[in-house]
Design a protein around this ligand. Structure first.
Ligand code: UDX
Length: 476
């Protein structure tokens, strides 16, 4: 059991604090917002996260988890101090570390014995060292012992508690055996259950986090590019992803084509990585391309809506889903929110529904938006329906009822949750992402095959000419 103080009760801080208490540690969570702290003491969470409420309530009741605004007191009371404060995106796209260094200064000012300062929020590589220098600088000649560590989180919103309790790995970045031993003790239950532990230096741990998120984001941008290619070539991206994903070296996860990634992590982390890689003189062309593809994918969704509802001005569009993904009320960098804004900017009226994110969305969106009671209410009289988030309840809509309610039977399924064949059979005009399914016309068919856009010189020629080009290519 370790005595732990968690600085920050945002998403990462609260999940980590509550789960570490559940492991048997004694955890004090600190936040400067007194109202938030009071609410937390009563078991009221500042955001929705599946099963987190239970973990908080249980650990508060059993005396392992507490909340306070008394930052100096909480620092003095614990040996292990986790920094889980916000690291918003700065003006130039870089991570704004003001809160991290403010936390480091407060720790230095309240040292009353050995402290292990663990960086939990995602910070650019090198921040651990800067935190170490900051604290050292403030302590001057007072030789108070402390260590700095990096322990990145890999929590997905909506399944964060499960991700914490049963992680694929725990990454522990330290520069001393003592720090490593303390963090191993903090995670003892995971140790005992043989969760892989990656013990390494602070810089390596910091980079593992960015590299992991950037890789997952790259997988998404890659499959989105393939989806766009599928649309041109008449292939189906879902099956392409399945065919790829069955290769164990590739794996099936994070290969769902859609409107591009959003949320609080991928957009921010890919951008920060691109910036600090450039600053280090080693630009990451892959990550930069991932960001660009993602930006364009969202605009592409808007273009798809426009293709199906050409006169947007004065039209009404129903948007289902405002959270950036299901099982959360987080609307940061959400496709649904972006699409609502773009639709409004083009003069469309918007009716929208989300199972949990409407309250948050109402604060951000213009007053002219209609927040519906349910999906069917949103669809009433609309000239098109856009599925922006794949909430389970959107997967099982009564399509007949939907078609009758809509002013025009138009569906834009940005999450590919409906089978295009079923939508056609139900009488919808529809578009998904990468759901081409061209069957070549055969000799004797009445309908001529649709013209295929030229891909390259070989593709635009007759088969014989293409073969000649290929042979020439081989010979040279
Ligand atoms: C992510 C990481 O998964 C987690 O490890 C990290 O620490 C925090 O960031 P989160 O942002 O909660 O978690 O959501 P995630 O499930 O990873 O999805 C991120 C975005 O990618 C969402 O917008 C989602 O819709 C999108 N996505 C995900 C796809 O478009 N396709 C996929 O195949 C998977």
């Amino acid at each position: 059991m370790q005595k732990i103080t968690m600085l920050g009760t945002g998403y990462v801080g609260l999940v980590t604090g509550a789960c570490l208490a559940d492991f048997g540690n004694r955890v004090i969570c600190v936040d400067t917002d007194a109202d938030k702290v009071e609410a937390l003491k009563l078991g009221k969470l500042p955001f929705y996260e599946f099963s987190l409420g239970e973990v908080v309530t249980r650990n508060v009741a059993e005396g392992r988890l507490s909340f306070t605004t008394d930052l100096p007191g909480a620092i003095r009371a614990s040996k292990v101090i986790f920094i889980a404060v916000g690291t918003p995106t700065g003006e130039g796209g870089e991570a704004d570390l003001a809160q991290v260094f403010s936390a480091a200064r407060t720790i230095a000012a309240n040292m009353n014995g050995y402290k292990l300062v663990v960086q939990k929020s995602t910070v650019p590589v090198g921040t651990g060292e800067r935190v170490l220098r900051t604290i050292e600088g403030l302590l001057k000649r007072k030789k108070l012992p402390f260590d700095v560590a990096s322990n990145p989180e890999f929590l997905r919103e909506g399944s964060a508690v499960e991700d914490f309790m049963r992680p694929d790995r725990v990454v522990i970045g330290t520069w001393s055996k003592k720090a490593e031993a303390i963090l191993s003790e903090v995670y003892r239950p995971l140790y005992l259950s043989e969760t892989p532990m990656v013990k390494t230096s602070v810089q390596t741990a910091e980079l593992i986090k960015y590299a992991s998120n950037a890789f997952l984001a790259t997988k998404i941008s890659f499959i989105n590019e393939m989806a766009n290619l599928c649309e041109v070539l008449g292939a189906d991206v879902k099956t392409v992803a399945k065919g790829m994903g069955l290769d164990k070296r590739i794996g099936p996860k994070f290969l769902h084509a859609g409107p591009g990634y959003g949320g609080s992590c991928f957009p921010k982390d890919t951008m920060a990585l691109a910036i600090f890689a450039r600053e280090a003189g080693m630009p990451s062309r892959i990550v930069e391309a991932t960001i660009e593809v993602n930006r364009e994918q969202r605009l592409r969704m808007m273009a798809t809506i426009q293709a199906l509802v050409p006169r947007l001005r004065g039209s009404t569009i129903a948007v289902l889903g405002l959270s950036f993904k299901p099982m959360t009320d987080d609307i940061r960098d959400s496709v649904g929110i972006d699409l609502v804004r773009m639709l409004r900017a083009r003069g469309a009226k918007v009716r929208t529904f989300d199972p949990v994110a409407m309250e948050r969305a109402a604060v951000e969106l213009p007053k002219t938006i209609y927040f519906a009671k349910d999906s069917y209410d949103a669809a009433k009289g609309a000239d098109g329906l856009v599925i922006a988030t794949e909430w389970n309840e959107f997967r099982m809509l009564d399509l007949g009822k939907l078609r009758r309610l809509l002013g025009r039977p138009v569906v834009i399924d940005t999450r590919n949750i409906y089978d295009p064949i079923v939508l056609t059979a139900e009488g919808f005009r529809h578009e998904g992402v990468g759901r081409g399914r061209r069957v070549p016309a055969r000799a004797g068919d009445k309908v001529k095959p649709a013209a295929r856009p030229a891909r390259n010189a070989a593709a635009s020629k007759t088969p014989k000419a293409a073969a000649r080009v290929r042979r020439a290519g081989t010979a040279s």
